[in-house]
Write a protein that binds this ligand. Structure first.
Ligand code: NDP
Length: 254
């Protein structure tokens, strides 16, 4: 199906070495894309590349720390050097520091904002000229339920993820003329390393999510394969500036 065919496309996934990022990477790999796994942890990067290659796709890893501007720029430059092009950028790397707002230090605030939001700006900024040159581009930004809701332990995280949606809209309007679509995915509660830590820190979280999610389960990284393929493929060429929830109905339960 041409609409969902990613053959010949090159996709960079920040934080693609585990969790939701790897779920999306595997989906795009199965649709034919070459994947660049961009994380900090070399062992996780290598394991993810192996898993993607075992799924039959081309993959490589580029170590990156998205907190550093040079590292984001080198990620794009090295991708183009190795694979000749960059068509798809998934801004997925993210962290959370769970504390009440009054307990936050400025350094902690910057860590969360810079990891989640500034990194997406930097990687997109670096990717834009390459996508423009190639004549097509797909940027997929990962938001959160905290793009919509608030929570006492998520001041910086919610600010970063709310900002991600607004940045998505602004970039979408700027780059539509270049045939670059920019969209956001807002995951519900997904079983990953990030939320395993949350479940240790927030009493009752596991059961509360189950109760509150109409689908009656936590999400899995593999739940993000389909939406990633859609937003990376020609099927979504007239979809831009959207924020799509993938949450088993969590955000629409009244
Ligand atoms: P994980 O902790 O499994 O993944 C986070 C990823 O981000 C890791 O691959 C990590 O790579 C990477 N990362 C973090 N900081 C950096 C950095 N400075 N430089 C490079 N890579 C970095 O969690 P998830 O899969 O759950 O999270 C993925 C995204 O989804 C995040 O943006 C998160 O906010 C979002 N999200 C998750 C939800 C959930 O329920 N799980 C819900 C809503 C949103 P490494 O280990 O190599 O540092």
């Amino acid at each position: 199906m041409e609409l969902f065919d990613l053959s010949g496309r090159v996709a960079v996934v920040t934080g693609g070495n585990g969790g939701i990022g790897l779920g999306m990477a595997l989906g795009m790999a199965r649709a034919g894309a070459t994947i660049v796994v961009a994380g900090r942890d070399a062992a996780k990067n290598a394991a993810a590349v192996k898993q993607i290659q075992e799924a039959g796709a081309k993959a490589s890893a580029i170590p990156v720390d998205v907190l550093k501007e040079d590292s984001c720029r080198a990620l794009v430059a090295d991708t183009v050097k190795t694979h000749g092009r960059l068509d798809i950028l998934v801004n997925n790397a993210g962290v959370n520091i769970r504390k009440q707002p009054e307990q936050y230090t400025l350094a902690e605030w910057h860590t969360v904002m810079d990891s989640n939001l500034t990194s997406a700006f930097l990687c997109s900024h670096a990717a834009y000229p390459e996508m423009k040159k190639g004549g097509v581009g797909k940027i997929i930004n990962i938001g959160s339920m905290m793009s919509i809701f608030g929570a006492p332990f998520a001041t910086a995280y919610a600010a970063s993820k709310g900002g991600m949606v607004q940045m998505t809209k602004a970039m979408a309007t700027a780059w539509a003329k270049d045939n670059i679509q920019v969209n956001a995915i807002l995951p519900g509660w997904i079983d990953t390393a990030l939320t395993r830590r949350a479940r240790e820190q927030i009493q009752g979280l596991h059961d509360n999510v189950l109760k509150r999610t109409p689908a009656g389960r936590w999400g899995e990284p593999s739940d993000f394969a389909g939406i990633a393929v859609f937003l990376a493929a020609a099927a979504s060429d007239f979809v831009t500036g959207a924020a799509i929830t993938v949450d088993g109905g969590y955000s629409v339960l009244g």
